[in-house]
Design a binder for this molecule. Sequence first.
Ligand code: ADP
Length: 555
Amino acid sequence: MDARRKLGQQGAAAVPPAAARLPRVQAGDALPLPIRHTNLIFSALFAVSLAYLMRRWREKIRSSTPLHAVGLAEMLAIFGLIASLIYLLSFFGIAFVQSIVSSSDEDEDFLGVGAGAPAPPAPCALLGSPAAAPEKMPEEDEEIVAAVVAGKIPSYVLETRLGDCRRAAGIRREAVRRITGREIEGLPLDGFDYSSVLGQCIELPVGYVQLPVGVAGPLLLDGQRYYVPMATTEGCLVASTNRGCKAIAESGGATSVVLRDGMTRAPVARLPTARRAAEVRAFLEDPDNFETLSMVFNRSSRFARLQGVQCAMAGRNLYMRFTSSTGDAMGMNMISKGVQNVLDFLQDDFPDMDVISISGNFCSDKKPAAVNWIEGRGKSVVCEAVIKEEVVKKVLKTDVQSLVELNTIKNLAGSAIAGALGGFNAHASNIVTAIFIATGQDPAQNVESSHCITMLEPINDGKDLHISVTMPSIEVGTVGGGTQLASQSACLDLLGVKGANRESPGSNARLLATVVAGGVLAGELSLLSALASGQLVKSHMKYNRSSKDMSKIVP
Ligand code: ADP
């Protein structure tokens, strides 16, 4: 590891070497006034002393006087020369050395870790390499680490026992480091509020992963402008979505409609016989029983409101797919509580019902499933726009006919050939996942949330383009889960959908779903255009230089 990198990794607490503490001076840098004056004085002193000594030595040589016979004036001149030389060397010499060192920095500067770039985050002082002089761990913590390593204290009790989440994470991390022999240097520990995730978002924390967030926009959607936060490490993605937003905005904007809003949970129960299972099914699906079931279901939350139950059977196993509104929460916890209420209630009338699992996969959560594609889950949204002919040419650098043809052959026929399930699009999951991560959604739900069919049609005598994305299962919330964490909540705030909507519970989450669909519309438009005009590889080479294998980023 090179010395400067090590320096960066020692963190704020480490003392930099003396040279690094001196002001860095480079050609062209404007110096502060007092420094400039001092430089002038010493330069003048140097020049005058040198000139005087040269003149004196020339006279001595001419008059054959020994050179070492010096008078007071000469001694003063020699002293002035040495003093000014030391000053000038120490000032410009360091700048010169620094300029040589930094000239080999070009690659790092490009990557944002060289001069002028923000210093990398300080890794855990406990885990610094020996060269980085790690902070000594307190004796007491040393003992706990040793006990965790020896298996005498389970790592998962540290937070409760110590009552200090940061300390618990540091100790756990040190134990992991000793057990595995891996430094995990690049994974930061400090700079995160571990108490904010305790009991809600994660267990056994040892650090946090950093992801860059970009914004695409403005996305002109339903008359409002949104700057869409996207967390990704795929170069081109935000730039491409941004271009799509521009095309949409220059064409007058997109509009959206939320067709359905209901989270689902489907427990599975086994009955003694298929006939008996059918009886339970009939009870659940009987409209006369809906009110009773709703009362039972709704009692555990102010926001969960039962919308319906849809059943399916496999032999004597009964799958009951409950759908419920969940306010501004994505709703999995909320709906699970309601479902449990109903299962308990059913047990009275059907004591022979054996509940196998609160989730029987007919829900269907985090797995590709036709039920979500057909019936919907979460928010079902359609978003559309008419892109003007001149915008297709000017912004998207292609033409309507090529785009429509490409969409038919790739997104519709191609996906059919592939046996796609909800994947009749170019890269909906790219945008969905980037927005999900930025706004604290459950990223695993990108599976069904990315279900999307993209439709393109020529309109106005083939001049303009009608584009739509239909997304039946966008699962988002603005309360609960990761949405309350500082960074994620800031991204929700950027969109104006942070937290619960008090006047109209559920409105924030629905609005977020429409923004996701709008972002996907922009992303589809831009990628299809890049493909149609053959720009894709070129732009990836520009924005994603380090990706050698382009096939990985062409969805
Ligand atoms: P999820 O079901 O998405 O995991 P949770 O049920 O854990 O979310 O979190 C939602 C919490 O937020 C519940 O306790 C609920 O009472 C509360 N809450 C407050 N305001 C709202 C709102 N407008 N919509 C939904 N939940 C809300």
